[in-house]
Design a protein around this ligand. Structure first.
Ligand code: BTN
Length: 223
């Protein structure tokens, strides 16, 4: 796969949007980002030592299958962590948690043409050897925090890059979910309530045991 590496860039996802070429998948890698983007308009702290990548794909997937891109990225991360001896789980839709804290965030941005996903930008920020301090310490972790030693950055990157090219395994997504069949807290607007995750629908929405169906854009989950 074609790979473009930057020592520093504002955001790999933003850079991906400026690429002129079409048709060829490419992996954009940055050692650090000055304007890393998170979901829901948040910023994503991107200090040196972490892996910040955008996998640009011309998947030709039907729009209703967009969730497969998100799920595939989460599974690729979980499998990468496992390859380095770290057990992790997926908090729907696409946060990866290890040791009860967030270790990786995923931001997928799609360009649609008619009913097809023409180009998708699968952005992944994985905490490897980057420092986790200050106020994020309570909610975030890194591979080196968990292992108690620095990880071989290039090997982790190569493993992740390979895993991203594998077919999406939805069974593995379900198996690694920390929401399905589990007690969760749903925050929806001003409301906060307990619920149990039951099923991921094909369009990526989460069905609760109560029958309620949640879309990722309108809720936040706590585990
Ligand atoms: C989140 O947890 O809110 C999603 C974070 C996604 C961060 C990655 S880092 C690489 C890519 N470039 C960005 O600007 N964001 C994504």
């Amino acid at each position: 796969m074609k790979t473009i590496v930057f020592n520093e860039i504002n955001s790999t996802n933003e850079f991906a949007k400026t690429l002129e070429f079409a048709g060829e998948d490419v992996l954009i890698v940055a050692k650090r980002q000055t304007g890393g983007k998170g979901t829901k308009g948040r910023s994503f702290l991107s200090e040196e030592g972490g892996i910040y990548v955008s996998y640009v794909r011309f998947s030709h997937l039907a729009a209703e299958n967009a969730f497969l891109l998100t799920a595939g990225a989460a599974v690729a991360v979980v499998n990468t962590l496992e390859a380095f001896g770290i057990e992790s789980g997926i908090k729907w839709p696409n946060d990866v948690f290890a040791g009860g804290k967030k270790i990786c965030g995923i931001l997928v941005e799609n360009v649609f043409r008619g009913n097809e996903i023409y180009r998708s930008i699968v952005g992944i920020g994985l905490n490897v050897n980057n420092p986790i301090d200050g106020e994020i310490k309570d909610i975030a972790t890194s591979m080196s925090n968990i292992k108690g030693e620095k990880l071989p950055y290039e090997n982790v990157l190569a493993t992740l890059a390979y895993n991203l090219t594998l077919p999406v395994d939805m069974e593995r997504y379900r198996e690694k979910s920390i929401v399905l069949g589990k007690e969760i807290i749903v925050i929806k607007g001003d409301e906060t309530y307990r619920a149990k995750g039951e099923e991921i629908l094909p369009d990526g929405r989460l069905k609760l045991k109560s029958g309620e169906i949640l879309s990722a854009a309108e809720v936040t989950l706590k585990i």
